[in-house]
Design a protein around this ligand. Structure first.
Ligand code: PMP
Length: 387
């Protein structure tokens, strides 16, 4: 295990004078704290002894039921028995890897991919094979080739790990057509799909897309989270898995934590009952859209020629590619000196790629800070190009 580039950055980026475009922290300042506070108070006073007790290894039945309602927004028809509650979806990634992988097994990941999942895969000594993406997300032909090359090398592929919606870090969304194609390839090749979807309900311009899990239920494990649609501090996410896998995940969960936090689960269940959670998600979407606009507007106005970026239609992230010759990893100390932080692209690859790109997050700072951060960053890039 090694410290991720992001972790090392956090200490620097959290200094007040630094505009951090680095972290992916959701902005939860808009949450109705009075409603949450009232729900928590009621929970403690009416049901405290249960809420503060150990719970089921699979998770609270009434919350698992509500999770199936949430997944229905993305076309998933599922039974609460097939849901396993986890400590954030991060733990779901960990449990799935623990259940399936031996050292040396291959996991196919997008290029780039979520740094936290790459860290899990490396900790189980898995080998990561990256498959290319473009503006429509993961490229089916790249998946086909990655599978063929891995099999030809005599290695075992355990699953394809994909983030179809508002990708972290690439900001792109997998098209509906490609979802079907990739499922078909994986079905034919006997490769399990791990669909990680913490951002799916945070689209700016349209209703949520159908999840890959909505199209197929056997060869796929779906991961969800309350971190971005409610609050990450409760640390509640989930996995939806075929029954045989689900049983193993529960055993793995019990050995890891005995049970996911009962208090958090009951708190979220009460919040879902008492609060207008769908209205709250709509507010989050509007807030993040305003921030996306601030970032893209500032990039357009301020970045030097040769930089390019995508315009995400949901989620938290913009992926920016630099003009030739700019190395985002070696440039980072200069950026921090100028009081702006980003994550170098190399954090999201395991094969040394990504030094010509960076991830910018617009989720946390307010719009004026985002613009100021981009202004500082543009200056850093310009000086780099002059050198
Ligand atoms: N998957 C992806 C793609 C993420 O971006 C994150 C959080 N940054 C997670 C999983 C983990 O989220 P959590 O554990 O808070 O549910």
């Amino acid at each position: 295990m090694t410290a991720s580039e992001i972790r090392a950055l956090f200490a620097v980026a959290s200094r007040p004078e630094v505009v951090s475009l680095a972290g992916g922290m959701p902005n939860i300042s808009g949450l109705p704290l009075d409603v949450v506070g009232e729900a928590l108070r009621e929970l403690v006073l009416t049901n405290g002894p249960v809420a503060m007790q150990y719970g089921s290894g699979q998770g609270l039945p009434e919350l698992r039921e509500k999770i199936t309602d949430i997944m229905r927004l993305e076309g998933i028809e599922a039974h609460a028995d097939d849901v396993v509650v986890t400590v954030g979806s991060q733990q779901a990634v960990d449990l799935v890897t623990r259940v399936f992988c031996d050292p040396g097994d291959v996991i196919i990941c997008e290029a780039p991919s979520y740094v936290g999942a790459l860290g899990v895969f490396k900790s189980y000594q898995c080998e990561i094979v990256h498959a290319e993406m473009d503006a429509d997300g993961l490229i089916p032909e790249a998946v086909r080739q990655a599978i063929a090359a891995t099999k030809a090398a005599g290695k075992k592929i355990k699953f394809l790990y994909t983030i179809p919606n508002f990708h972290n870090p690439a900001g792109v969304t997998l098209s509906a057509q490609r979802r079907l194609e990739i499922l078909e390839i994986c079905r034919t090749e006997g490769v399990l799909v791990l669909e990680d979807n913490p951002y799916g309900l945070l689209g700016f311009d349209r209703d949520p897309m159908r999840a890959m899990r909505a199209e197929e239920s056997e060869g796929i494990i779906y991961l969800g989270s309350f971190s971005k649609t409610f609050a990450p501090g409760f640390r509640v996410g989930w996995a939806l898995a075929p029954a045989s896998v689900r049983e193993k995940l529960v055993l793995a969960q019990e050995s890891a934590t005995l049970c996911p936090p009962q208090f958090s689960q009951m708190a979220i269940s009460t919040y879902l009952d008492k609060a207008d959670w769908q209205g709250q998600i709509k507010q989050f979407r509007e807030m993040y859209r305003e921030r996306r606009d601030a970032m893209v507007g500032a990039l357009t106005d301020l970045m030097p020629a040769g930089c390019s970026w995508n315009v995400p239609d949901g989620g938290f992230y913009v992926w920016m590619t630099m003009p030739l010759g700019v190395n985002t990893k070696t440039m980072l100390p200069n950026a921090v000196k100028e009081r702006v932080a980003y994550v170098p692209g190399t954090a999201f690859f395991t094969d040394g790629f990504g030094s010509g790109a960076m991830r910018l997050s617009y989720c946390y700072p307010p719009p004026d800070k985002i613009r100021e951060g981009v202004r500082r960053l543009a200056g850093v890039v310009e000086r780099q190009l002059d050198m």
